[in-house]
Design a binder for this molecule. Structure first.
Ligand code: FDA
Length: 391
């Protein structure tokens, strides 16, 4: 195959990580190409944060990420911090606000973030090839050779930034994992994360007609707890607390939900031995949960007896509501993929494959998955920057 295009570095995938990497390498004088199979750049950025892109989190720490090696992300996150991305956003005059818990969103539209990255690419001399699907990747004596339907490309360095498996209908592919396999790299088991859970048929029969109701809860899965909103959906549970817990949940395990964090719902009942019944319990629980949910939960959990022990047990059940999910809504609804390219294969400083110099993996493909709240984009920026500095 005769290469028609020759660059110093090629980046496959024009999403958050790939664009940041290309910008940094371009700025450092490298001739860089971004090969994107979609018709436009940054499609996931455009739909992120409900169209307003939660582009970072000011409280970003390595502890906000899931990885088999909890130290791996540390170096990249320390060198390109939320402050760096905020400075870029401010330089472009993009208005933003903190929504909650350090999460920064555009006031206007996620389109502003994509436009900013496109402008940065143009300023850095990055060449963008849209609608360009890579058919094959080979390593030759002089670097990497890529074949696409239209042309051949060659470069000394190759960055794989093709993202995870979530939202296949938006163009997510297993391309990056296939390339990792081609080069003999280890991949840690992938599963959908930040994803709504499906209740088992019995629980769904009991609760799913309450779709749309929400409550402040603490959801716990895999030993990690998250206090935020839970939302009942037509097939199960969603909302930030559940999405966060889903990243730690494995099939066959339970999710535990505290439906009344830091509150004693039935304390008043314990104080008085008279007037204890289902109606008074509902009156108390309606102070904490939406009325229909409070009533339903009590109809299904309250005993017919109202001794101190029974009231205490009910209080305990309320703080430890155990559910055995049937599964998750899968990659179709997941925000991210947990698992991915084994970080043992990569330099934490540059994202270069240790056994294959010149080859880099960045972004969501790598076994580094952020919590909900802007952490996944921060990882994309930080890992992209780390590779861009090394190219
Ligand atoms: P990303 O998926 O962004 O980019 C990969 C690119 O590679 C895509 O442009 C894709 O088309 C391209 N590609 C794939 N295969 C290819 C191939 N074979 N050849 C060429 N190109 C190929 N995170 C966050 O921090 N804040 C938020 O608000 C949100 N919101 C959000 C909402 C929704 C609905 C989803 C699905 C996800 C989020 N996320 C998020 C997660 C965030 O979008 C995600 O972590 C980053 O986009 C990952 O960046 P990458 O660059 O690694 O992949």
């Amino acid at each position: 195959m005769a290469a028609k295009h020759t660059f110093d570095a090629m980046v496959i995938g024009g999403g958050a990580a790939g664009l940041m990497c290309a910008i940094e390498a371009g700025r450092r004088g490298r001739r860089v190409a971004v090969l994107e199979h979609a018709e436009r750049l940054g499609k996931k950025i455009l739909i992120s944060g409900g169209g307003r892109c939660n582009f970072t989190n000011i409280h970003c720490k390595p502890e906000n990420f899931i990885s088999a090696n909890r130290h791996f992300a540390r170096s990249a996150l320390a060198r390109y911090t939320p402050r760096h991305f905020i400075e870029l956003v401010e330089r472009y005059g993009i208005a933003y606000h903190e929504k909650t818990l350090g999460q920064l969103f555009c006031d206007g539209s996620a389109r502003q973030i994509v436009a900013m990255l496109e402008q940065e690419c143009a300023d850095a001399g990055v060449e963008i090839f849209l609608n360009t699907k890579t058919i094959s990747v080979e390593r030759g004596a002089e670097g990497f050779l890529l074949e696409t339907a239209e042309a051949g490309f060659s470069a000394g360095a190759l960055v794989i930034a093709s993202g995870g498996l979530s939202i296949p209908k938006m163009g997510a592919t297993c391309f990056g994992y296939d390339i990792a396999k081609q080069f003999g790299l280890g991949i840690l088991e992938c599963r959908p994360a930040l994803v709504p859970i499906k209740l088992n048929p019995n629980d769904c029969k009991d609760y799913c007609d309450l779709t749309g109701l929400s409550a402040e809860v603490i959801a716990t899965a895999g030993g990690r707890s998250f206090g935020e909103k839970m939302l009942i959906t037509h097939g199960g549970l969603s909302g930030p607390a559940i999405l966060q817990a889903s990243s730690y949940w494995h099939a066959g395990e339970t999710i535990t939900i505290d439906l009344a964090p830091d509150q004693e719902a039935f304390a008043a009942m314990l104080e008085s031995p008279s007037g204890r019944d289902l109606t008074s319990a509902k009156t108390e629980l309606r102070k904490i949960l939406p009325a229909r949910f409070a009533d339903r939960w009590l109809d299904l959990h309250a005993s017919e007896r109202w001794t101190n022990r029974h009231v205490n047990d009910l209080e305990g059940d309320l703080h430890r509501w155990q559910l055995m999910p049937a599964g998750t809504e899968g990659y179709a609804k997941a925000e991210v993929t947990v698992g991915g390219i084994d970080t043992d294969e990569l330099s934490g400083k540059t994202m270069e494959v240790k056994r294959s110099p010149g080859l880099y993996f960045i972004g969501e493909l790598v076994d580094v998955t952020g919590h909900l709240g802007g952490f996944n984009f921060q990882w994309a920026w930080s890992s992209g920057y780390a590779a861009g500095q090394a190219l």
